[in-house]
Design a protein. Structure first.
Ligand SMILES: [Zn+2]
Length: 102
């Protein structure tokens, strides 16, 4: 997305967004996504500068009304942008209860 996100090793239990310092939320990956099944850490802070500045950047670069949120893959420790088309996009996939299985 034209900007580099410095990779930082998150703490095991409580990773935080490197852009705004907010605690990340577990977000279920879509079934058809290339990320496979599971969940990623995503910053859903609407005041996060990465998300706020993304609107202007996408409008300038691509002339589209879109932005992105900070995303961290817990399996690979890789971070990247999660594209969003509104402030509420993807919030229906936030995991509030961790399924501990049987
Ligand atoms: Zn953030």
């Amino acid at each position: 997305m034209g900007r580099t996100v410095r990779k930082e090793k998150p703490s095991a239990e409580d990773p935080r967004c490197p852009h705004c310092g907010a605690a990340l939320s577990r977000w279920r990956t879509p079934p058809m996504s290339s990320w496979g099944e599971g969940w990623h850490w995503v910053c859903f802070n609407d005041a996060c500068p990465y998300f706020v500045e993304g609107w202007a950047w996408m409008a300038t670069q691509y002339n589209v009304h879109a932005s992105y949120r900070y995303r961290l893959d817990p399996e690979t420790d890789e971070s990247g942008p999660l594209p969003v088309w509104s402030a509420d996009a993807h919030k229906d996939r936030i995991v509030t209860e961790v399924d501990k299985g049987s």
